[in-house]
Design a protein around this ligand. Structure first.
Ligand code: S3P
Length: 182
């Protein structure tokens, strides 16, 4: 009975954290669900498990388009599951296919908004597992982040809530999110 199935699913709240690489989506998702009934999940981790391959290997062997299609498929699969979930997206997830529309229709979306400087300071130390930025030297990386963020911001800004994360610790960000959702 698809109609009833659809109605029931609305009772399983999904919170979706989105934002650029390095904005802390996975850490905040974990922290948000600590001591709660809900679980947290990282979409990248789910893809790695389902595809039995690292994100870097998927990009290298199957290409980015394959990754984007898989990402969109698994996103929808997870949002349609009948359980509560806090889901940390990949940095590009809201910017492809109809993902942001699907998210906003079926879940609560929160943009973790960080400045170019914050992202640069974090990402220059964590380039290896991120195929889009692995090859950049530090001086090119900042420029890349600035341009990329400019392109992606219109998608991120479609989130229903937005939290500025610059100079805040995990507890402060989690408190702000809880306040917004209360
Ligand atoms: C990507 C971000 C990554 C991962 C992939 C592509 C992006 O996720 O999905 O490398 O397009 O910004 P994180 O934001 O968790 O690093």
């Amino acid at each position: 009975m698809p109609a009833i199935h659809h109605t029931i699913n609305q009772y399983f709240m999904k919170i979706i954290l989105l934002g650029y690489m390095g904005s802390g989506k996975s850490t905040i998702a974990k922290s948000l669900t600590e001591g709660q009934n809900s679980t947290s999940l990282d979409l990248d981790d789910y893809i790695v498990q389902a595809e039995n391959s690292s994100i870097s290997d998927i990009f290298k062997n199957q290409g980015e388009i394959y990754f984007r299609l898989a990402e969109s498929k698994y996103l929808k699969e997870l949002i349609n599951e009948e359980k509560e979930l806090v889901l940390a997206l990949g940095g590009g997830t809201p910017c492809y296919a109809d993902n942001i529309q699907f998210i906003n229709k079926n879940a609560i979306s929160i943009y973790l908004k960080a400045s170019i400087n914050t992202l640069f300071e974090r990402l220059k130390k964590e380039k290896e597992h991120r195929p889009l930025i692995t090859a950049f030297a530090d001086d090119q990386l900042k420029e890349y982040i600035a341009k990329h963020l400019f392109e992606r911001r219109p998608y991120y800004e479609q989130a229903q809530h937005s939290i500025n994360i610059d100079n805040k610790n995990v507890e402060e960000i989690v408190m702000e999110i809880k306040d917004k959702l209360a």
